[in-house]
Design a protein around this ligand. Sequence first.
Ligand code: FES
Length: 112
Amino acid sequence: MIFITFLSSGGATVTAPEESNLLRISIREKGGIPFKCGGGLCGTCRCRIESGIENTDAIKPKERKHLTEAEFAEGWRMACQTFILRGAVSVSWPPRQAAQPVRAAAPPRTDP
Ligand code: FES
């Protein structure tokens, strides 16, 4: 049995069998990790393993197309390419991009 805590969607912890795919668990348990393709292509499922990185499997070639060595060192993975082998992990992910860019406030008028 493994334990996964979804930090960015409120901190719920779920259980799953060992060697489960992180994105599949997230989808099944409504963990909330963003995704599109599910196949290592789009890069949407990037997430950070905040604890328990030692319980994840080896980094896949597809992940290297979306993440740098520095990001791997910080615990970033692609959820659709990551399997949890044992134990417990906690995972976070960036907020979705805002639909509209935030506009800068207009500069104060300087009438002559
Ligand atoms: S969901 Fe597209 S790369 Fe993982």
